[in-house]
Design a protein around this ligand. Structure first.
Ligand code: IMP
Ligand code: MG
Length: 188
């Protein structure tokens, strides 16, 4: 078997690869059930870049027609702390009016990103709007927000890397969710 890529800045693995995959399968089943009877294909909207690995695995397990769309938001600028209000860097391409929209996010921290985005999307009058996240850091909320589906809920404030989550734009390709060792912040 191939050896695992375990960079030195990984403090510990919190959710291993098999568990992540199992969690995503459950999320896909949730979507399959919830949207089984909707007439027009739901729009799955990934927040780039962090949601890419989650989204890629998720969509392959959805058993109905869906439409892909993407939005690029920036709030983190690759550092350990968010910089406040998220900004739209690249907008969605689809007209979402009257459509079922499912927002796919990597991690919820303060929830500023999702609450700002949901307000923005609601103004475009979708038929329904749901949010689904790979990870929810529940203790970190700054604004009140309840996602519709979360694969993994984590306590405390670990800075996460892997499965799309980055530190200074690296570590997104680690096939597990891990805690970043902050002592390496100036060494990467
Ligand atoms: P929020 O707006 O504070 O909820 O933060 C959401 C965004 O910040 C996510 O989309 C991530 O891009 C980023 N983020 C939050 N926590 C982490 C983390 O632990 N590791 C990497 N990125 C994070
Ligand atoms: Mg993100």
């Amino acid at each position: 078997m191939a050896t695992k890529y375990l960079p030195k800045y990984v403090k510990r693995i919190l959710v291993d690869s098999n568990k992540v995959k199992a969690g995503i399968t459950k999320a896909a089943n949730w979507i399959n059930k919830k949207y089984a009877h909707c007439k027009k294909p739901p729009i799955l909207l990934a927040i780039l870049k962090g949601a890419i690995p989650f989204y890629g695995e998720l969509v392959m397990q959805i058993k109905k027609d869906i439409v892909f769309d993407f939005i690029v938001l920036s709030s983190f600028r690759g550092q350990l702390k968010a910089t406040g209000k998220p900004r739209i860097v690249t907008d969605i391409m689809t007209d979402i009016q009257g459509r079922d929209v499912i927002v796919v996010e990597d991690v919820i921290d303060s929830a500023r990103t999702l609450s700002v985005l949901c307000k923005y999307l609601k103004a475009r009058k979708p038929k329904s709007l749901a949010t689904i996240a790979l990870v929810d850091k529940v203790d970190m909320r700054v604004v009140k927000f309840k996602p519709d589906y979360v694969c993994f809920t984590l306590k405390g404030n670990p800075f996460l890397v892997g499965y799309g989550l980055d530190i200074k734009e690296i570590a997104r390709n680690l096939p597990y969710i891990a805690e970043f060792n902050k002592k390496y912040i100036n060494k990467i």
